[in-house]
Design a protein around this ligand. Structure first.
Ligand code: XMP
Length: 517
């Protein structure tokens, strides 16, 4: 990405692999300042517009042989620096201080027993306020020229600063919800110390991105983009459409595994938005490729392969297309570069679905690659996209294909579409849709005995799944009201021929996953 994401104000976060690193970026962005995360070992120089740097926490101890030890000389003296947890301990160590394994527990809640509110970092914070600790090491002394600015009962150097320099360290985590005055501290650092103005709003993001897309793509080039009906590809396409008009060619593939009436509804929604979109019905091709397949990964790969074939065929109709637009968002980018450089294990091959064949030599443009999902929604709102579209639950690329356990057939798709529609419409009618992060139904390869009227039945069982989550990485089952579940179960069994039993999935992720396959 050349010019697309240049920023005039940027807070750089050097990531040492903490589970909270993304949260720091979100907190900074909540005060309308752009913040970028890079793995510590990729740091060479300050990016354009950098107004300050935050060092994250880490699963490492500064005493480990292989602990992250970046050279900070390009930062100290150039822009303000704040070390959090491991970052603070690393600063103390670099300053000639001493860090040792802690005798007392330093996990969880603590309260500030000393707060120097004269220090600009702690301005407006109060004595006794709760902070969240999560570290096994502690700082025994700070070295020359550093002084403490706050303490807790167990931790003398809960926060410190370098006298006369713009360097601070805090051993607690201001980014987590349980540090009640964490937002004040972050605000002080970003606005007062780094001098940011906080002008990075969804409107400004949209405007700047459209301008940059125009520049990057030029006045002649054409972009093709695969729409999925989801929030990310929709917002990406609206940004691109505003930048280059009908030189954006959208392709929306009906893989035959979408929700009931989804293809028609979503396609007409896109047409109303003025997008140049071509809908392609390819359900039969997908079903053929799925014949006799029962293994989830083989099913995913077959669906992915046919998608690429169909998409490739459709792209060839767009003469001279030389860019591929994608709705990639920031967590996908961060996850693919881990702070420790190690690959993460493949649980399910999500990200292989819809990959590009090697022979397609298109340049890639990803207008959302630096923003989080909730930011995508806010940008979508700023662009005037309908709220109902922005609030849609995520839906997997292989669709109902991985919610029909075992072999997929046209009849099973029909049955599951009916069940799913009753469940989802029921959630909407009961005002529960927005309380749930994702919901759907699974058609189980199980038949069970039932009785309807005076007749014995021997039909399929379905499982309903609804979860709460923030990012799909972890999830809890939604505690839907019993009355609601009872009504939906009744409606499904009465209305969908072929189903005589409904169960509700009460597993969390981990150890289960959201989808059953
Ligand atoms: P799991 O089942 O891994 O799902 O807990 C987490 C999120 O990812 C979605 N998902 C997929 N999305 N292709 C996709 O595009 C896939 O193959 C796929 N498998 C799971 C799932 O719906 C949930 O939102």
């Amino acid at each position: 990405m050349s010019d697309l994401h240049k920023r005039t104000e940027n807070i750089l976060i050097l990531d040492f692999g903490s589970q909270y690193t993304q949260l720091i970026a979100r907190r900074v962005r909540e005060i309308n300042v752009y913040s970028e995360i890079i793995p510590w070992h990729n740091f060479t120089s300050l990016p354009e517009g950098c107004k300050g740097v935050i060092l994250s926490g880490s699963p490492y101890s500064v005493r480990d042989d292989d602990a992250p030890m970046p050279d900070l000389s390009a930062i100290i003296g150039a822009v303000p620096l704040l070390g959090v947890c491991y970052g603070a301990q690393y600063l103390a160590l670099q300053n000639g201080g001493n860090v040792a394994a802690s005798d007392s527990r330093e996990y969880g809640r603590a309260n500030l027993t000393v707060v120097n509110t004269e220090d600009v970092l702690l301005k407006g914070m109060t004595l006794g306020s709760q902070v969240w600790m999560s570290h096994g090491d502690t700082i025994l002394n700070l070295g020359e020229g550093y002084e403490a600015i706050c303490s807790t009962g167990d931790v003398n150097f809960a926060g410190f600063r370098a006298v006369g320099k713009d360097v601070w360290g805090i051993q607690f985590h201001p980014e987590v919800f349980h540090s009640t005055e964490g937002p004040t501290l972050i605000r002080n650092f970003i606005l007062d110390i780094c001098g940011c103005k906080g002008e990075w709003t969804p409107d400004n993001f949209a405007e700047a991105t459209i301008r940059a897309l125009k520049e990057e793509i030029g006045a002649e080039d054409k972009v093709i983009l695969g729409l999925s009906g989801g929030v990310d590809s929709t917002v990406a396409s609206v940004l691109l459409h505003k930048a280059i008009g009908d030189r954006l060619h959208c392709i929306f593939v009906d893989n035959g595994l979408l929700r009931k009436n989804e293809f028609e509804d979503v396609l007409s929604g896109y047409e109303h938005m003025g997008l140049n979109v071509k809908g392609i019905r390819a359900g039969d091709q997908f079903l053929q490729a799925l014949e006799n397949l029962t293994d989830p990964e083989l099913k995913r790969k077959a669906i992915g392969r046919v998608f690429v074939e169909v998409f490739d065929e459709a792209s060839k109709q767009v003469e001279g297309a030389n860019w591929l637009g994608q709705g990639t968002i920031y967590p996908d980018v961060i996850e693919s570069v881990s702070a420790t450089g190690g690959p993460s294990a493949t649980i399910k091959s999500h990200h292989n679905v819809g990959g590009l064949p090697d022979y397609m030599t298109l340049k890639v443009v990803e207008p959302l690659r630096l923003i989080f999902k909730d930011e995508v929604r806010r940008v979508g709102k700023a662009l005037g996209i309908k709220a109902s579209l922005l609030a849609r639950h995520p839906f997997p690329g292989p669709g109902l294909g991985i919610r029909i356990l075992g072999e997929v057939t046209a009849e099973k798709v029909r049955v599951l579409q009916e069940v799913d529609a009753i469940f989802i419409n029921g959630l909407k009618d009961a005002g529960l849709y927005d309380e749930v992060w994702q919901a759907g139904a699974m058609l189980l390869p199980v038949q069970s005995v039932g009785v309807m009227g005076d007749e014995r039945t021997y039909e399929n069982a379905v499982a309903l799944r609804a979860v709460t989550s923030t990012d799909g990485m972890t999830a809890d089952w939604s505690h839907l009201p019993y009355e609601f579940l009872a009504k939906v179960s009744n409606d499904i069994i009465n209305k969908v021929r072929g189903v005589n039993r409904v169960v509700y999935d009460i597993s969390s992720k981990p150890p289960s996953t959201i989808e059953w396959e």
